[in-house]
Every structure is written in structure tokens, then in C-alpha cells.
Design a protein around this ligand. Structure first.
Ligand SMILES: [Ca+2]
Ligand SMILES: [Ca+2]
Length: 231
């Protein structure tokens, strides 16, 4: 015999009463079906019989309002974090393309800020960036010799992508062995500031590493070990 913690109903004169258990023998599967049907039926009856009082309704509305007041900021933060992660991934992807194409083709590849998708013209990389083979290494896409490998449009959403440490704020260049011309970091910030910022650190071998908070003070550390600043 097995006792189930379900409600079953019995009637006494004009009142309806409930008790809290039902008993079925394990060798009678049909009994379980009856218990399930009883429970569903009873639930429907209770729903019809009770309804909400004004107090219950007000409490429900208050609980809902409190829940929403916590959920909305969390959701906004979730969206903002996702935006940063997604843009960081896109940017890392471009750097990896630049490095691997340089090594594969054994030529210089330039990655630079570009608001027009054709030339290196900005150090505010959030306006867009391009990746191209740069045979003479002059930082210009020369027709006939250089080849555009990737064009990325502006990221929007008030994100900024800036550099720190590189020889030039608006461009980096990978050599034929995949090494980079200088060390530094790319910083990705939004309106929440450095505490939420992400960074991509690059060492002289050209290796890309996502910045971490090495000293555990809540702000990731750039290529030099210092805390990131925004923008
Ligand atoms: Ca060139
Ligand atoms: Ca830190």
C-alpha cells in the first residue's frame, strides 16, 4: 500500500471538506488514474469556489510589481553584458583573421579603425574597422597589390573600442610571421564604465588574450598590468 499526498474530497451536509491523502495499492494501476482525476477535478472545483478577494489581488499586484522592479534592471544588465561579449568576440575574430592571414600569405596585414570601410581613418574603432593585406606596410589599401579581407561596420549602442599601448592608436600590423608591430590592449567600454569593461591584450608574438582582473579589484587589467580605464 502506498499513501499519496493528494487532496480528496468528501461531502458532509452542506459543506465541502478535504483531507490530505489517498491510498492506492501498487498492484492496481487504475487506482492511480482515479487519484489523478480526483486531483484535477478538485483543483477545478476549488478554483471555481474561491476566487480572489481584493486583499489577495492587491498582494498579487504588489508582488508582481516588486518582481518586475528587480527583473528589469537585471535584464538590462544582461543585454548590455551580452552586447559587450558579442562585440569582443567579433573583434577578436578580426584580429585572429589578421594574424592567421599574415602568417599564411607571409605578408603584412593591417587591422585599423575605419568609418568608411575602405581606409584607415579613425582611432575610435567603434566606428568600424577593416582588415587587409598591406604588401608595402604603409597602412593604406593600395589597389592592385593589397586585398581587403574583412570590413566591419560601426557597433553602435554607445559602445567604445579604443586602444592603449600600441605604437598607433588607430591601427595594428601583423608581420609575415604573425607577430605584431607593438604590444597593447583593445578596450571595450559602455556607459557603465571600467567596472564592466572588457579588454583584449596582445603580446609581441601577436597572441591575443582576453584581459582578466589579475588583482581582483573588480576592473580587468590591460597589457601593462594596470587597471583598464574608459573609454
Ligand atoms: Ca599598402
Ligand atoms: Ca584589476
Amino acid at each position: 500500500m502506498i499513501t499519496l499526498p493528494v487532496l480528496r474530497e468528501y461531502r458532509h451536509s452542506k459543506n465541502t471538506h478535504y483531507h490530505s491523502s489517498a491510498t492506492c495499492h501498487s498492484s492496481f494501476p487504475w487506482c492511480w488514474s482515479l487519484v489523478v482525476i480526483d486531483t484535477i477535478t478538485l483543483g477545478m472545483q476549488m478554483k471555481v469556489q474561491t476566487g480572489f478577494t481584493l486583499t489577495e489581488l492587491l498582494v498579487a499586484v504588489a508582488v508582481f510589481a516588486i518582481t518586475v522592479s528587480f527583473a528589469v534592471p537585471n535584464f538590462r544588465e544582461f543585454i548590455a553584458n551580452n552586447r559587450l561579449v558579442s562585440t569582443t568576440n567579433d573583434f577578436v575574430s578580426s584580429l585572429l583573421v589578421g594574424r592567421s592571414e599574415a602568417a599564411k600569405r607571409k605578408v603584412t596585414v593591417t587591422v585599423c579603425g575605419s568609418s568608411d570601410g575602405a581606409s584607415c581613418n579613425t582611432s575610435s574603432w567603434e566606428n568600424g574597422w577593416i582588415v587587409f593585406t598591406d604588401i608595402d606596410g604603409d597602412g593604406t589599401l593600395d589597389s592592385g597589390t593589397d586585398e581587403m579581407l574583412q570590413v566591419n561596420s560601426a557597433v553602435g549602442n554607445s559602445l567604445t573600442i579604443r586602444t592603449v599601448g600600441f605604437a598607433q592608436a588607430g591601427r595594428v600590423q601583423y608581420g609575415p610571421k604573425g607577430t605584431i608591430d607593438s604590444t597593447g590592449s583593445f578596450k571595450l567600454c559602455d556607459s557603465r564604465g571600467a567596472s564592466y569593461a572588457r579588454a583584449i591584450n596582445i603580446n609581441i608574438t601577436g597572441r591575443t588574450r582576453l584581459a582578466t582582473d589579475d588583482d581582483s579589484d573588480g576592473i580587468v587589467n590591460d597589457y601593462s598590468g594596470g587597471n583598464l580605464t574608459c573609454p
